[in-house]
Ligand binder design. Structure first.
Ligand code: GLN
Length: 535
């Protein structure tokens, strides 16, 4: 039977529950245990697919086409394992399931209530993993902060589950904040005491406290926390602010979080965690011999989380090249013909980001024209690729009104058009072209050189596509479709022939990059940027 670890959060949000959960999972995995992580999100949206990136950061898409929380990206990047729809559930999804069952008559005669119906549905979801895989350990991260009205049903489900399976099979890690008061020069434990009280009110005694802190936790403070929060002293773990999130598994190893967890769960495992390759990555990451500056042209730049996977992929692919990648956010709305040269000075490459809607689109076109004409390495992702097609058709093929139908539904030259299967779709949730699709790459193309193979699969999230009516005209003048879906013929990769590195992809390569498998397209892009810098 799989054992359960729950991770709850106290005092504030944004303490990094996802990183702590992924780091612990990494340590357990590197001891040879089979671990999975899931995230329970307390909001009412059925999934984060309908959320603006400003609300909740990037929407992470899994192989099976689920639109999920960005923490799943961390799980994949740390564990080098795919997640799926099963790894993320929201309150909206839980209620929807229960209400659909009610309509189907599953509870005929009964009053449907939060307890037991909603909590049963939550428990069912948590336990689903026991049948999906042969896991030793299932880590469940409960989103939000203890004390929120929204997370109450999850805490109640956790209390019940723990009662059912026993404490030796189910432990609770509470991630909390120990603030430092500058004026008093003191670390403060009171907020943590209060948040543990909140948990106790829900009937849950945490087993382990992981304490986010800017300063080391002295022993007397650990003792105090242990005493007031009723945990053993060894179970007070320091989570000091790290230089990079990739340090956290090593920091947790030093704090023996893995050992403490195994002991509490009564799991015999005498393997020492093997973090050799992880540490080799960290070594390269921290000792770069070169540096490049890459402009990230997007419209959600105010919030770094909106492009989480892109930033992380630059870290993975930079380390491979022993190269520090300085990502320079550039707001596409602020770009025009006059300022573009100035805005893109000192850059060795430009990535045009994914996105939705017309806002900021014009600026993307200006940026792409500039990098195309000045032979600056370019990578366009999804809307970034679509923008590259529009720019090319306008400025090289002289189809001056060429556009994406998403931006101008009346355009006489819809070079990016709605996919036929999208035309009659009106519902917004989960209806895009989502998840992994195959792509066949043209031999000896730039894409082929990057991937080193001609058959790949990448993840998608879009409604619009390249309009094949314009393919011949486009290829005849030098913009080639170097990757296509073998079944539908949809263009997935475009590249310019007379340019050192100009490539646009309809899919999201950033979603598949991990520490162990940095993405080949980003590796090549950084190489091209290095070459450009040395030109
Ligand atoms: N808005 C575009 C589409 O739906 C691109 C989506 C994206 O960049 N993920 O096709």
């Amino acid at each position: 039977m799989a054992k359960h670890i729950f991770v709850t959060g106290g005092v504030t949000s944004s303490l990094g529950k996802g990183i702590i959960a992924a780091s612990l999972a990494k340590l357990l995995q590197s001891r040879g245990l089979n671990v999975t992580i899931q995230k329970l999100d307390p909001y009412i949206n059925v999934d984060p697919g309908t959320l603006n990136p400003y609300e909740h950061g990037e929407c992470y898409v899994t192989e099976d086409g689920a639109e999920t929380d960005l923490d799943l990206g961390h799980y994949e990047r740390f564990l080098n394992r795919y997640t799926s729809q099963a790894n993320n559930v929201t309150t909206g999804r839980i209620y929807l399931n229960v209400i659909e069952k009610e309509r189907a008559g599953a509870f005929l005669g009964k009053t449907v209530q939060v307890i037991p119906h909603i909590t049963d549905e939550i428990k069912q979801h948590i336990k689903n993993h026991e049948t999906i895989g042969d896991y030793d350990i299932i880590i469940t991260e409960i989103g939000g902060t203890v004390g929120d009205i929204e997370s109450l049903p999850y805490l109640e489900a956790l209390r019940q589950l723990r009662r059912e399976v026993g404490k030796e099979n189910c432990i609770v890690i509470h991630l909390t904040l120990i603030p430092y008061l500058k004026a008093a020069k003191e670390l403060k434990t009171k907020p943590t005491q209060h948040s543990v009280k909140e948990l106790l009110q829900a009937g849950i005694q945490p087993d382990i406290l992981v304490c986010r802190t800017e300063h080391q936790l002295p022993n007397d403070l650990r003792e105090k926390l242990a005493l007031f929060c009723n945990v053993d002293e060894k179970s007070v773990i320091e989570a000091i602010d790290a230089e990079t999130i990739y340090d956290v598994p090593v920091l947790m190893l030093k704090e023996k979080l893995d050992k403490i967890v195994l002991k509490k769960l009564n799991i015999k495992n005498s393997n020492e965690p093997n973090l050799d390759s992880w540490k080799a990555f960290l070594g390269k990451l921290k000792n770069p011999t070169k540096e490049v500056r890459i402009g990230l042209v997007g419209k959600y730049n105010e919030l770094q989380d909106a492009y989480k996977s892109i930033y992380e992929t630059f870290i993975h692919a930079g380390a491979v090249n022993e190269c520090k990648v300085q990502v320079v956010p550039i707001h596409s709305e602020l770009l025009d013909e006059e300022n573009i040269g100035h805005k893109l000075t000192d850059l060795d490459g430009v990535l045009v980001a994914p996105g939705f809607g017309a806002r900021g689109f014009a600026g993307k076109l200006v940026a792409i024209r500039y990098v195309r004409e000045n032979k600056i390495p370019f990578l366009g992702i999804c809307l970034g690729m679509q923008s590259a097609v529009v720019e090319y058709c306008r400025n090289v093929l002289h189809l001056h009104q060429a556009n994406s139908v998403e931006v101008d539904s009346e355009t006489p030259n819809p070079v990016i058009d709605l996919m036929p299967e999208q035309k009659n779709i009106t519902l917004k949730g989960g209806t895009m072209r989502l998840g992994s699709y195959k792509c066949k790459i043209v031999k000896n193309s730039l894409a082929h050189k990057a991937y080193g193979q001609t058959e790949i699969a990448e993840r998608h999230r879009h409604r619009y596509e390249f309009n094949n009516t314009y393919l011949q005209q486009m290829e005849a003048s030098g913009l080639m479709a170097s990757g296509k879906n073998p079944d539908s013929g949809l263009v997935e990769i475009i590249e310019l022939k007379d340019h050192p590195f100009f490539i646009g992809v309809q899919f999201h390569p950033e979603l598949k990059s991990t520490v162990e498998n940095p993405h080949p397209l980003f590796i090549s892009f950084i190489k091209a940027a290095l070459q450009y810098k040395q030109r």
